[in-house]
Design a protein around this ligand. Structure first.
Ligand code: NAG
Length: 296
């Protein structure tokens, strides 16, 4: 009980603190990241206080830095790398961003870092980006890469495929020059794990043995290339479909200790392997300990 009161008291203190401190009243230090809690602010290094970026205007009442409204006058977006987005509020142009770093009052090129490996440090493109027409552009599928480099690190779902360049990993599909997570209906293999990130999905190797595809477990229905657990009102509805399932809060789910193996080829709830069950019980025990500790 005492702990709960302390927690509430602490929250109130923090809340009061936030409300009463103007943006410029928050002190910061070099590399200290103290201004990260105030969106669109940066650490003004000579003065060591947080300040709104050039394209934001401080709301002194709320101590926030909302992006400057430019509906009446687009020239209010004074930052050369900003624009009046949708004739509404200032924003950084595509390929530029507010980095939140020290003295970072303006929009800087995305993926840009300071290359300090040189005697005279210069701005360079970060891992995963390539300098293109004065800006740093994220590398896409097909981009040149080296096995030990980080050239594909800005490509979500991608990796460096030796001899080919940046490519999509097994659980992603090529979509234009980027990678999208695999969905129901895409090709899979019995041990490739291609369907593992589809909730209630598995690799169906039986419907068409020559062309396996990711599909939904028996207790789930396909809905726009994802799987939704079937709605139910009684256990019998679920167990008729899969004996190791039950009706929990209106949906058929695998009963405790069982799950759909997204990397497997079975459409039924299967007993979790030993290590997983132990991890699950360990997590439960820890959760109970934390709760009882808080309640005492
Ligand atoms: C899931 O299926 C894959 C492929 O058959 C298998 O290697 C893995 O051990 C299975 N995982 C569990 C938890 O049973």
């Amino acid at each position: 009980m005492i702990r709960w009161s302390l927690l509430v008291f602490g929250c109130v203190l923090v809340f009061r603190h936030r409300v009463e401190t103007a943006v410029g009243g928050t002190t910061c230090s070099l590399g200290g990241n103290e201004c990260s809690g105030i969106a669109n602010s940066f650490c003004d290094v000579p003065n060591l206080v947080c300040k709104c970026v050039d394209i934001a205007t401080e709301d002194t009442g709320a101590s926030t830095c909302p992006l400057t409204v430019c509906s009446s006058d687009p020239t209010l977006c004074t930052d050369a790398n900003s624009e009046c987005l949708s004739s509404t509020a200032c924003a950084c142009k595509t390929l530029y961003e507010l980095s939140g770093g020290d003295n970072a009052n303006a929009c800087t090129a995305k993926g840009q870092v300071c290359d300090t490996t040189l005697t005279s440090p210069v701005c360079a493109c970060d891992n995963g980006y390539t300098a293109t027409a004065g800006a740093c552009v994220a590398n896409v599928v097909g981009g040149t890469c080296a096995a030990s480099g980080y050239e594909c690190s800005a490509l979500s779902g991608g990796y460096c495929k030796t001899g080919t360049g940046c490519a999509c990993s097994a659980i992603y599909d090529l979509s234009g020059t980027s990678c999208t997570a695999k969905r129901v209906g895409v090709t899979c293999t019995s041990s490739g794990g291609e369907c593992q990130y589809i909730l209630a999905g598995y690799c169906d190797t039986t419907t068409n043995a020559n062309a396996p595809v990711c599909a939904c477990a028996a207790i789930a229905d396909i809905a726009s290339q994802t799987c939704n657990f079937k709605a139910c009102t009684a256990d019998a509805f679920c167990t008729a479909i899969d004996p190791n399932s039950e009706c929990i809060k209106g949906n058929c789910l695998c009963k405790s200790g069982y799950d759909i193996n997204g990397s497997g080829t079975s459409n039924k709830c299967e007993q979790q392997s030993g290590s997983e069950a132990i991890t699950a019980s360990f997590v439960m025990v820890m959760a109970c300990l934390v709760i009882s500790f808080l309640q005492n």
